[in-house]
Design a protein around this ligand. Structure first.
Ligand code: CTP
Length: 412
């Protein structure tokens, strides 16, 4: 089932801190959340904490050029099943009621074609003010759902109506509204890879030091497994060579489990020929020169046993130069800077057709490694294609669509 998505617009006000709890409750219910902060909301909650909780980029400024290039505000406002403004200040309600779009949040609200829920929070007098009530009536008439604020003590010391409802109540209301909207269909391609063999590597490799220790990395295998699942849904015969990961085998996929880089290379070569190979694995660059047969013991000197490392075979480069080189060869690369330049160099060195560059430069806790979202750029000889931050499942579907298109087009 497609995951339902909420675009959460947080406007400024002391109640903004409750939006963090709201995000947590929505994620617990399996709902994806993309957050937008107004300038004043950013005084109350940090983009970092929101980014960690949503596992996505947090959007703040209309004129953030990078975001504009990667994802237009029109697109942002429509890639959701429901738009929620919580807390909604008297100010943002007034702008919404009058069609004013003078920052990212209000521009999204004017550009969206999705249902909108406003959850007001403000001082009791502001709530009862004729202007606010007039704006609320206008919004209701325009089809905006407005949740009634709670009664009670306010941060400003007054008492009355205007408190933000408890996050649990807002989450329940969001769930109720979502149950009546059909999720935006994510184009899941079917049958476009019928009769093709797609070879995929995923996960880390483990390089033994001795019988109980090994060298490893943080790759979860999620992106590679999602690509294997998407390729199988698209009708391909899929061989997935997986390093040690804890993930179920996607339906219709032939899985070969391996430990080390050398095992992975052998399994990849054994699976040839293939129409396309997508090398997603985070292969360890080095292994120990000679793994010990017995557990290494401390010798009392206080000095650790020396480890000599040697380079592992490069599986992607081996395929690039292979007699049975697949017609389409795709590599992945984790980059933090000069993404295009480094990826171009990798294309040439490894004789790959595309490098899917992951931008791993985000703040700690928002890393793609182990997370559910990914921001990628596809670097080819023809140029660079930038995709917005997407759930790994959607990156997989889009990539498989692109693979199918490339395999069906005559090569120039
Ligand atoms: N790769 C491989 N075999 C290796 C190392 C890497 O097949 N021994 C593949 C990976 O599966 C991936 C691509 O090559 O498709 C990544 O290339 P790499 O040079 O390792 O790039 P980074 O991991 O980004 O590392 P660095 O930038 O440090 O070179």
């Amino acid at each position: 089932m497609t995951q339902q998505r909420v675009l959460l617009i947080i406007s400024g006000g002391i109640a903004a801190y409750k939006s963090l709890e709201l995000v947590r409750l929505l994620r617990k219910r399996g709902i994806a959340v993309r957050a937008v902060l107004t300038q004043s909301a950013a005084q109350f909650v940090t983009p970092l904490s929101l980014g960690v909780l949503t596992e996505d980029q947090v959007y703040e400024d209309l004129f953030d050029l990078k975001a504009e290039r990667e994802i237009g505000h029109i697109q942002l406002s429509r890639q959701a099943d429901l738009v929620v403004v919580a807390p909604a200040t008297a100010n943002i309600l007034a702008k919404m009621a009058n069609g004013i779009a003078d920052d990212l949040a209000t521009t999204l609200l004017l550009a969206t074609d999705k249902p909108v829920l406003a959850v007001p929070a403000m001082n009791v007098r502001m709530w009862h003010h004729k202007a606010t009530q007039r704006n609320l009536n206008q919004l209701r008439a325009d089809g905006v759902q407005v949740m009634e604020p709670d009664d009670g003590a306010m941060a400003c010391g007054e008492f009355g109506k205007g408190r933000l409802p408890e996050p649990e109540a807002i989450a329940a209301e969001i769930e109720r509204l979502l149950s009546s909207v059909r999720p935006e269909p994510v184009e899941a391609p079917t049958d476009i890879l019928n009769g093709r063999h797609i070879l995929i590597t995923a996960g880390p490799t483990h390089e033994p030091i001795d019988p109980v220790r090994y060298i490893a990395n943080r790759s979860s295998g999620k992106q590679g497994f999602a690509i294997a699942a998407a390729a199988a849904r698209a009708g391909a015969r899929v061989t997935l060579v997986a390093g040690p990961v804890h993930l179920p085998t996607p339906a219709g996929v032939d899985r070969v489990d391996v430990e080390t880089a050398r095992d992975m290379l052998a399994a990849v070569e054994a699976a040839l020929p293939a129409d396309a190979a997508i090398m997603v694995a985070a292969v360890a660059d080095w292994r120990t020169a000679d793994a010990a047969d017995q557990k290494l013991k401390k010798d009392g000197s206080g000095r650790p046993a020396p480890l000599t490392l040697v380079e592992n075979p490069d599986i992607l480069a081996t395929l690039g130069h292979h007699a049975q080189r697949p017609a389409l060869l795709v590599g992945f690369a984790a980059e933090t800077q000069k993404i295009a330049e480094h990826a171009q160099a990798k294309l040439a060195k490894k004789r790959a057709d595309w490098i899917v560059a992951n931008d791993v430069s985000g703040p700690p806790g928002t890393s793609v490694m182990g997370g559910d979202a990914n921001t990628v750029q596809i670097v080819t000889a023809a140029g660079i294609e930038s995709w917005p931050s997407l759930p790994k499942g959607e990156v997989a579907d889009k990539l498989i669509e692109k693979v199918a298109h490339a395999l069906s087009s005559p090569r120039d």
